[in-house]
Structures are given as structure tokens and as C-alpha cells.
Design a binder for this molecule. Structure first.
Ligand SMILES: Nc1ncnc2c1ncn2[C@@H]1O[C@H](COP(=O)(O)OP(=O)(O)OP(=O)(O)O)[C@@H](O)[C@H]1O
Ligand SMILES: [Mg+2]
Length: 498
């Protein structure tokens, strides 16, 4: 159906794709995998006419094509759901769904709002999302916005749907819905390109997999005839070893205690203790209130009730500055809107939270600035042309590392990590785990919110599970299984499995 051969692409002389091949058969689900910055998103942007290629041939159904815009690709039934969602937050769900494909009365330009709303409801309920389509899309969770993007593709009668990390922000239940939808559409003859860093998912739903490394084509495999280990080796060019490095941290005194934390409508009566050197995870489905708890502790949001103790002393935190003064760091889940200023360079992003590290008595020291930022880039293995590269031109996973770098420079005593490895490749994930371990070994108390159960089980000493704003269960290292966590995460009634 689609055949790409010998694709080359460079940005300002920086080669990001070199002789890449890719083919997609009718009705297959084809995974595209590779480390952060390997060129996956770029390859798909070339296919859909967003970027122009420097060399290579693209054929659709045997015919050579040269799409000049995504509209042209769409006309041949090829749509893409980008890593960065394209939802306009102030428009309604239905308006988003029909954006660019509005139904009008003849040629009058008058919108058929009622019809579009009805059609939007129909498509969305087909996808298991029963919501008021007049709601502004920005009020929905990222997971729901994702489903709207899929609905958009269905609405345009796509034959090929490219999904760039569709599940990075979804939780298990939403992933289940997504997979069901994909299978249903596959049966109707739709093909998928599925970009993900989650091995389990790829092995669960894909037919074939193409692997890229550093902008080069490594190979293609049939999923049924390959293994995790082979794919990882193809991706990183070496054996990776254990996915979760060992930690030798000593768990010490209680560093942080939260008592009766309540935010009306978000979380209720949250109580827990976090010790020095401990990695405490908060698991739960999207919308369970995990981020709200973190934001309340960090002073982003006001809590209605509750007390926070640090080193046994009651503290009052009403804004992030207080939190910082008390040694709390917070890596937010949404790197685009809260974690990064995407138009700034890596250097300026890192320095935003670390100005004191690069100055002498209030005067910025350029040499210090440079070495401070370069050290962090090196420590985290950020793949970049240098500290001056803008954050938005980094690959998704590398952006995430910059967000972490922002807080590491600050040497926090308590570090809250909200989805720290979302969109991060398997090698970089391990580097981030190693960083978490090192911090814990240095006595930092770590609170990690994560929706990836293998990560929770691999990393946490203890897990608190939340459901609808409340802590429904606590699981210790010895008893940790996916089933047990999911049991509490769904309120103790239903067990969902990938
Ligand atoms: N518009 C751009 N200008 C300059 N460089 C770019 C641009 N877009 C991508 N790049 C660079 O091209 C390389 C490949 O990026 P790409 O986004 O395709 O990676 P990816 O495989 O999708 O990674 P991830 O898994 O992190 O999403 C990266 O080094 C990135 O910095
Ligand atoms: Mg990408």
C-alpha cells in the first residue's frame, strides 16, 4: 500500500534520516520503533507531506507521490495523529472533530452545526466516549483528546492512520478502548503505523515492526517471529541488560508526611508518609487525582484541608516558591504547557530554575552557565546539537530529559516525578531510572506518579493506588503485581489486563 525507499532528510545540514526504507501492507498494524531522535516522527511527517524529503521515493498503491501538504495525503486516505496533539482547547469537541472538514449547507458557508454535533456524538460513542460534544475540548483529559483525534481520522474515512505515540498519555482502560478501536478498523481494512516506546503494546497488537537507529534503517521483523531482546538490540545496537537497574538505597526517616489532604472534587483525605531514600509510587487511572495531590503538595493548587510536614515539622506551602525553599522539586507530567518553554533553548530552559547555579552574587557568569548546562546535558544523555538548540526541535524523549535536568540542578530533597518517562525510549528510560536510583541512594525522597505498571513494579519500594480521588490501596514491594494494582485502581471491582 505504501512504500518508501531511500529516504534522506537533513535539517540545516544535520542529517536525521539516511536511506530509510519503510513499507506498509493493506490492513496491517506496523510498528515503528527506535530511540528518541531516531527519526520516526520525521519519517512520518515526510510521508504525509509536512516535511519535504531530500531524496528517496514514496509510492502509494504503486503510484509515485509527492505530497506537498497533509491535505494532499489526506485526499489519498493517509492521516496522521501527531505526538503533539492538535486540539484547539477553546473549540468544542465537535468543532475540533470537523476542523478543516466542516459540513456546510450547500455552498453557503453556513455550518450544519446540529448535524455535525450528532455525527460527532455517534463517532465518539462508537469509540466508547460518551461526552457532550459541545464541551470545550481543552476541558477534557489528554486521553479523551487523543480519542477525539482518532475520531477525526475516522471521520475523514482514512485508509491509513499513523499514530505517533498514541498511548503515552493514556491509562490501561483507555488503551483497551484504543486497541479495540484499532482492531475494529483493521477488520474494515484500515492500516496503521504505530509508533510507541512500549514494547508490551507493540507485541500485543502489531503485525510487523520496522526499526530505526540514528536515522538509519536497521530492519523489519514479523512480530510473531521476533523477541523483546532482538528488538532492543536492533534499536540500541547492543544488549541493554536489565530494564530496571538495581538500587542500593537506605530507607531512612520520614521526610514528608501528608495528612488529610483534600481538594474538593479532586482528592479526598490523602494520608501518607515518604521516607528518605524511598521511591514511593502513586498508581491509578487517568483522572484518579494523582496529579492533583502532587500539585497541592507543591503549592500549585490550594488545598481545602490538610497538613504537610517536612522532617516532622509542619510547613505551609501556598506557592511553588515555598515548595522549592523546602527542598521540593517537581517534574510535571505535561512538558509542553508546564515543563518547558518550547521556544527557548535548552540552556535557557535549564537556567530558568537554576539561575543561582550560574551566577556569582546575582551576576550571571557565562562560563559557569555553559559548564553547568553542558554537565547536565551529558549526565542525562540529551541528544542535541548543543545547549543552544531550541526545546521544540528536540525529539519528545529528549525534551523530557531537559525537564528533568531543570530540577536536578536544584538538588531537591524531595522530588516529585509525574510520569517521568512518558514518551522516552527504552535506553533513555533506563538512564532516567538510574538517575532516580542515584538520587534515592543520596537520600532524596522520591514520589513517582506513573501509569506504566511495569515501571511502577520495577522501580517502587511501595505503591499507593488511587481511584476517584481516594487512596484505595497500598502495595509493598513483596506483593506487587499488575493485577493487584489494577484491582485497587479500578476501585476494587474489576481487573483490566493488557
Ligand atoms: N524541525 C526540526 N528542525 C531541526 N531538527 C529537527 C526538526 N525536527 C526534528 N529534528 C531533529 O531530527 C531528529 C529526529 O527527530 P524525530 O522527532 O523524528 O525523532 P523521533 O524518533 O520521533 O524521537 P521521539 O521518540 O523522541 O519522538 C532529532 O535529532 C531532532 O532533533
Ligand atoms: Mg517522535
Amino acid at each position: 500500500m505504501i512504500e518508501m525507499t531511500g529516504i534522506d532528510k537533513a535539517f540545516n545540514g544535520n542529517v536525521v534520516l539516511k536511506g530509510v526504507n519503510f513499507s506498509l501492507e493493506d490492513g496491517e498494524i506496523h510498528a515503528l520503533m527506535g530511540e528518541n531522535g531516531a527519526g520516526k516522527s520525521t519519517l512520518m511527517k515526510i510521508l504525509t507531506g509536512i516535511y519535504e524529503r531530500d531524496a528517496g521515493v514514496i509510492k502509494v498503491n504503486g503510484q509515485e507521490v509527492n505530497f506537498k501538504s497533509p491535505k494532499e495525503a489526506e485526499a489519498l486516505g493517509i492521516t496522521v495523529i501527531h505526538q503533539e496533539l492538535n486540539i484547539l482547547p477553546d473549540l468544542s469537541v465537535a468543532e475540533n472533530l470537523f476542523l478543516g472538514n466542516e459540513q456546510t449547507l450547500g455552498r453557503t458557508g453556513i455550518l450544519k452545526t446540529k448535524e455535525m454535533n450528532k455525527e460527532a456524538s455517534r463517532i465518539l460513542s462508537q469509540l466508547g466516549l460518551d461526552i457532550d460534544v459541545k464541551t470545550p475540548a481543552g476541558q477534557l483529559s489528554v486521553g479523551k483528546q487523543q480519542i477525539i483525534e482518532i475520531a477525526k481520522a475516522i471521520e475523514t474515512k482514512a485508509k491509513v492512520i499513523i499514530m505517533d505515540e498514541p498511548t503515552a498519555a493514556l491509562t490501561d482502560r483507555e488503551i483497551q478502548t484504543l486497541f479495540k478501536t484499532i482492531h475494529k478498523l483493521q477488520e474494515q481494512g484500515v492500516s496503521f503505523v504505530y509508533i510507541s516506546h512500549r514494547m508490551e503494546e507493540i507485541f500485543a497488537i502489531c503485525n510487523r515492526i520496522t526499526i530505526l537507529r540514528d536515522g538509519q534503517y536497521v530492519g523489519v521483523r514479523v512480530i510473531k517471529e521476533t523477541t523483546f531482546d532482538e528488538i532492543v538490540k536492533m534499536m540500541v545496537g547492543r544488549e541493554l541488560g536489565e530494564r530496571f537497574p538495581e538500587r542500593h538505597a537506605e530507607i531512612g526517616d520520614v521526610k514528608l508526611e501528608v495528612k488529610g489532604l483534600t481538594r474538593e472534587g479532586y482528592c479526598e483525605d490523602i494520608n501518607f508518609k515518604l521516607r528518605k531514600g524511598e521511591v514511593l509510587a502513586i498508581a491509578g487511572l487517568m483522572g484518579a487525582g494523582r496529579t492533583e495531590v502532587a500539585q497541592a503538595i507543591f503549592g500549585y493548587r490550594k488545598m481545602a484541608k490538610g497538613e504537610i510536614f517536612i522532617d516532622g515539622k509542619k510547613v505551609k506551602i501556598t506557592n511553588p516558591l515555598h515548595a522549592k525553599k523546602h527542598g521540593i522539586g517537581y517534574v510535571t507530567e505535561d512538558r509542553k504547557s508546564e515543563g518547558l518553554v518550547v521556544d527557548f533553548s535548552i540552556k535557557d530552559n535549564v537556567l530558568l530554575t537554576n539561575l543561582d547555579k550560574a551566577s556569582n552574587m546575582g551576576i550571571i557568569n557565562r562560563t559557569k552557565e555553559k559548564s553547568f548546562v553542558s554537565d547536565l546535558i551529558k549526565k542525562l544523555g540529551v541528544r542535541t546539537s548543543g545547549p543552544m538548540q531550541t526545546a521544540k526541535s528536540l525529539s519528545g524523549g529528549n525534551q523530557q530529559k531537559v525537564v528533568i535536568a531543570k530540577w536536578l540542578g536544584d538538588e531537591p530533597k524531595i522530588l516529585i516525578l509525574d510520569e517521568p518517562t512518558r514518551g522516552v525510549d527504552i535506553g533513555a528510560k533506563k538512564e532516567i531510572y538510574q538517575i532516580i536510583n542515584n538520587l534515592a541512594e543520596q537520600g532524596v525522597a522520591i514520589l513517582m506518579i506513573s501509569s506504566e505498571l511495569p515501571e511502577v513494579i520495577g522501580m517502587a519500594d511501595r505503591v499507593l493506588v488511587m481511584h476517584e480521588g481516594k487512596i484505595t490501596g497500598e502495595v509493598t514491594k513483596e506483593n506487587m503485581t499488575q493485577e493487584k494494582i489494577m484491582y485497587y485502581a479500578t476501585g476494587g471491582d474489576k481487573v483490566v489486563q493488557i
